[in-house]
Write a protein that binds this ligand. Structure first.
Ligand code: GLN
Length: 285
């Protein structure tokens, strides 16, 4: 088969599940990553024959895409914060909202370089601590996750980017276990925050492929992780420290309320879509 024929086949078949702009983007990502063919290769040499191996690899990828697997799992990587992260089904695919969370942390660390010890809760692919460390001067970074498999991927990503992060497998909801952690100047987290009752409205490629325990919380406890972070912070956030959290768009006020009730000041920030997405809680002396 020629490059062009297979390229067209991708566009044609992906149309069934993706808008056309997205199909083109996904096709390009797959061709580039799995066969080393850029868009300009496709344009310049459309009649070139594809090798049997490339053709097998690309056709298998198309089948996975048509079964709604997100392209980041199909190709095994994601571009996030201008860095490439290995991405398997053991970890959540890093999302653009989280880039905004990281930007807030970086801005803060740049103007407060004395804040040295950082804890990241629920690290997944490791995208948060790695992006922070790549963009700030030396800090001591500790990242935890409940999943051993996620810690493995995060460790590989940290190595890939030559960063130094201590990863630990800890269930943050387990009070005694989390209390073995130290005192930190900065706590950052993108915890699970989608209430279970929203499951029906979540897209198939998310709910059928991404780790559900990284996304969902029980319907009746939408603030489960924020309450745990709050309790933990009362003992483990250094005076003058700050907590940076990604939040569900509907729970900004609620998250702010529980922190304010415990003498924190809270700043809510909106994402690019104008929705509450980040809560920054500060503990003043
Ligand atoms: N922002 C993610 C989504 O909408 C949710 C991430 C999370 O639960 N922390 O899919």
């Amino acid at each position: 088969m020629t490059i062009n024929a297979l390229y067209r086949k991708f566009l044609e078949e992906l149309k069934a599940i993706y808008p056309s702009g997205e199909s083109a983007k996904i096709t390009q990502m797959v061709f580039e990553s799995l066969a080393g063919m850029s868009r300009s290769d496709v344009i310049k040499t459309p009649e070139k024959l594809i090798s049997v191996e490339d053709s097998h690899r690309l056709t298998a990828a198309l089948d996975m895409l048509l079964a709604n697997m997100p392209v980041q799992y199909v190709i095994g990587e994601t571009c996030f914060f201008n860095l490439t992260f290995k991405t398997t089904r053991d970890v959540l695919i890093p999302r653009p909202e989280t880039e905004e969370l990281i930007e807030e942390v970086i801005k803060y660390l740049q103007s407060n370089p004395q804040q040295k010890k950082i804890l990241d809760i629920g690290t997944g692919s490791g995208c948060i601590p790695i992006a922070i460390q790549k963009n700030t001067v030396h800090h001591k970074m500790v990242s935890i996750d409940i999943s051993e498999a996620a810690i493995q991927i995060a460790t590989e990503n940290a190595l890939l980017h030559q960063t130094e992060i201590s990863f630990m497998q800890i269930d943050f909801l387990h009070v005694e276990k989390r209390n073995t952690l130290d005192l930190y100047d900065v706590i950052v987290s993108n915890p699970p925050y989608i209430p279970g009752n929203e499951m029906p409205s979540i897209e198939k490629h998310v709910k059928h492929y991404e780790p559900l325990n990284a996304l969902f919380v029980p319907e009746k406890q939408p603030l489960l992780f924020y309450e745990a972070i709050l309790q933990f912070s009362v003992e483990h956030l250094a005076t003058g420290g700050k907590i940076f959290m990604e939040i569900h768009e509907d729970f900004g006020q609620e998250v702010a309320r529980i922190f304010k009730e415990n003498k924190f000041e809270v700043d809510l920030k909106k994402d690019i879509f104008g929705k509450d997405r980040i809560a920054i809680a500060s503990l003043y002396p």
